[in-house]
Structure formats: C-alpha cells, structure tokens
Ligand binder design. Structure first.
Ligand code: PLP
Length: 453
C-alpha cells in the first residue's frame, strides 16, 4: 500500500516530478481538482493523465524490501485489493480537495459508510446517527450492523444535544448527512462535532450531496464519507465511494473511547494502529481501514473506476456551479407555480433550517436537489413522472442529466404512510436532481409534465 505523510508528499511509488522540482500547491478547488496530490506524470511514458494501472499485483522488491512492504514500513503497492497507483492518485487528489489528510477509495458509497463505522465500532458498541440519512445507510445501520452486534441510536438532527443524550461509554461515532433529502435541511455540523469532542467521539459526515459547497472539516467533522457515484463521478457511469480523514481529530487522546485504534491488533503482531501510524508518519484511521477492513472485506475500487473518478474530479468545481445555478432557476420557477403547494429547497427555508443553510452552504449555492409537492397528491405525482420527456425517471442523484423520482411510490414505498410523512415524504412529493442541460429546457420539460399531472 502506498503511505503518504500528507497528500503533498511524493513517494517512491507514485510517479513524481524529477528530484528538485517542487509541486505547485494551491488552495483553490479548481486547481486542486486538476493537480492535487503527488502525481505529475508517468515516469516511464511521460503520460500526463493518470494511467489505469490494470494490474492485480506488483513486482516486489528483494526479500528485504518485501518484508518492509508487508510490515507497512515502506511505501509501495502489493496487490490491487489493498492499493493501486490509479486508486492512490485519486485518493490523494480527493483528500486534498476536501481539505483532509488522507483518503481511502472503495467500491461503493455503501462500502464507504460501512467502513467508516466498522473502523471504530465492534460488536457490543453503538453509534448515534441522525435520522436524516439515505435509505440504504438506514438499512445498513438498522438491520445489517445490528446483526453484527453494533447498535445505532437514531436521533433528530434539529436537536444537537440529542446526540449527547444518546451517548454512553460504548458510543464510538456520530453519523450524519450534510444535506439529506427529502427535507434538504443542512445538518448542524459544528454543534454536533463539538459535542463529540467533549466525549472523544468522531463525527462522520456523508457529504455526497454537497461536495465543495459544504466543507465538513472546517466545522470539526473528523471523517467525511462520499458516494463518489454521484457528483464526484458526475456522469452516471461508475459506482464508487471514499472515506477521508481530517488529520486533526485527536484519536490518540481517547484510549477507552476508541479501542479499534488503541488496542493491540492480533492480526498485525499485536501492534496498535496509532503506534503503527505514528512510527511511519501516517494517519491511523485510514491506515487501519485499508490494512484491516479492505484487506479482510475486500470492497476495493477497480483501477478503471478510480480513473473515472479522477476524470470526474477534474470538472467537479465547474459542474457543481452549473448544477447549483440550474437548480436555483428550477426552484424559483416551481415556487410560483399554481399546481405546486410547496418547494423544498434550502433557499426557501425558515428558522433554524435557514440559519444552518446560511451557516454551512457556500454563499449563493443551495445544492442541485429540489423537492416539490403537487397539490393533487399521489396520483398527480405519478402522472407527472410518466409525462417527463427530458428528465430520466431513476433512483439516483448527481448525474449530468436531470433526474426525477416520486419517492412515495418508489424509494419510500415500503414505509407506512405515517413513517413516510416522518421522513418528509408527502404523497405528492417529487424529488428532482437537476442536471447540466440548458435551464430553459429543464423548465420546459417540468412545465409540460406538471400540465399533464
Ligand atoms: N450516501 C448517500 C447520501 C447516497 O445518496 C447514496 C446512494 O444513493 C449512498 C450513500 C450509497 O452510495 P452507493 O450507491 O455509491 O453505494
């Protein structure tokens, strides 16, 4: 595996500029998206784009070098289940654009959420999670992790102190989404992160819906999770995920609270992950996630998909700006429509939700998800979906194309009417993920479909 002291450090195995050539460093996402990390060009061919290293395994140095690699004492790649140069270049660039220290790319967003928690919690432990999370994450926490012996205590994100009240000696992490749908109310990151720091509990934030426009690390989050399937890939072609460590959470200060990082690991000759990380100048959380969970559970990203996400990252700042502009045009249009009873969009929120939107969203950006309710309810929602010509009817977000779904009869159809309402899904609710088409065309399709509803 490749170990980086920080995303800025070149290593022996990631192609780096000739000795003595400094890497240009920027604090601007537009530049980091293209140049972040230590990859500059391929040393054998001079290729500027990161090559797809489609190889399962890598030639080991002599036996002494191999010993060091296996003991995680030297940088280098062994086997693509655990690390790969294309994956490494993507991880470095993603960590840097997020303002984090180190990242681990995975095969899906689901794998990323699971790894983020399993890296801290074991059977008998618990986590506290916001109720405002994606349905797949909910199922993972409420059913699958429960079967592993890890309990999830769900709390209302509008009451940050609920996280403190649900905490006990076995609580290992807090979990939330920065901009959860359907309600699209921004999570109070700083408030919950500071409660976590009182107890030594890291806050994990799924920032899938708001890359670049919400900056969880700047507000105290310890870990960021992405489904890179969405805006980071950006073109609806590839499933992937990632976890990123801020590099600032004081994991070392909480030996009782964080046993996975402090207790000797029998699968690594009784070393603790904090000691191991300190010895090689790396970050314990990501080191363990790769060396233990990825080794054992194997949710590796393919080199081909890591390449696709590098391509996506290059235009992420540009695309996000256009997604956001188009979404605001759509929300403004819907707001005045006589057949629409409600538009769910951060721009139109009031009270605490408005305060959080103003505090956490990059000014003038509200994300690219728009919810709205048709006055005529469930049947109108179905008719609207069937009449769409430009929008795709899919259970996804963050594609370059505009997407729509009627949650009450699809993603949330297994929930009772009461539970649907509790999650914010009314019978006429429609969720839009606004794409990159010309806004006039997006609005024209909505207009004719609402007319038909
Ligand atoms: N997190 C959020 C907010 C999502 O919307 C999704 C998928 O829709 C996931 C995680 C899971 O990601 P993936 O589909 O890449 O496994």
């Amino acid at each position: 595996m490749n170990l980086h002291l920080s995303p800025q450090d070149a290593t022996e195995t990631t192609p780096a500029p000739p000795a003595g050539t400094a890497l240009f460093k920027s604090r601007h996402p537009e530049t980091i998206a293209l140049h972040g990390g230590s990859y500059r060009f391929d040393p054998t061919s001079g290729a500027v784009a990161v090559p797809i290293y489609q190889s399962t395994s890598f030639q080991l140095p002599g036996t002494e070098g191999a010993d060091k690699l296996f003991a995680l004492e030297a940088p280098g790649h062994l086997y693509t289940r655990v690390s790969n140069p294309t994956q490494d270049a993507f991880e470095q660039r993603l960590a840097e654009i997020e303002g984090g220290a180190a990242a681990l790319a995975l095969s899906s967003g689901q794998a990323a959420s699971a790894f983020a928690v399993l890296n801290l919690a074991r059977a008998g432990d618990n986590i506290v999670s916001s109720v405002g999370i994606y349905g797949g994450t909910w199922a993972l926490f409420a059913a699958t992790l429960k079967n592993f012996g890890i309990e999830t205590r769900f709390v209302d994100p509008t009451d940050p102190e609920a996280f403190a009240r649900a905490t006990d000696d076995k609580t290992r992490a807090y979990y939330a989404e920065s901009l959860p749908n359907p309600k699209l109310e921004v999570f109070p990151i700083a408030e919950v992160a500071s409660i976590g720091r009182r107890f030594g509990i890291p806050l994990i934030v799924d920032n899938t819906a708001a890359p670049l426009i919400i900056r969880p690390f700047e507000h105290g989050a310890a870990i960021v999770v992405y489904s890179t399937t969405k805006y980071i890939g950006g073109h609806g072609t590839s499933i992937g995920g990632a976890i990123i460590e801020s590099g600032t959470f004081p994991f070392a200060s909480y030996p009782k609270r964080l046993p996975t990082l402090h207790d000797p690991d029998p699968s690594y000759q009784g070393a603790t992950w904090l000691e191991k990380a300190e010895k090689i100048g790396f970050f314990a959380y990501i080191l363990r996630a790769r060396a233990v969970l990825l080794r054992d559970l194997g949710a590796a990203i393919s080199p081909q998909n890591a390449f696709q996400f590098l391509q996506g990252l290059e235009t992420l700042p540009l695309r996000l700006a256009q997604h956001n502009r188009n979404a605001e045009i759509v929300a403004d249009y819907l707001k005045g429509h006589p057949k629409v009873s409600n538009v769910i969009f951060p721009k139109f929120q009031i009270g605490e939700a408005k305060a959080n939107a103003e505090k956490y969203l990059k000014p003038g950006n509200f994300g690219a998800l728009v919810g709205f309710e048709l006055k005529d309810g469930r049947e109108a929602g179905r008719r609207f979906i069937d009449a769409l010509q430009l929008f795709y009817h899919v259970a996804n977000i963050g594609d370059a194309r505009s997407l729509a779904i009627h949650p009450s009869t699809t993603t949330h159809s297994q929930l009772s009417a009461e539970d649907q309402l509790a999650t914010g899904v009314t019978p006429g609710y429609v969720r839009l993920s606004i794409g990159l088409e010309h806004p006039d065309d997006i609005v024209a399709d909505l207009e004719q479909a609402i007319e038909a509803a």
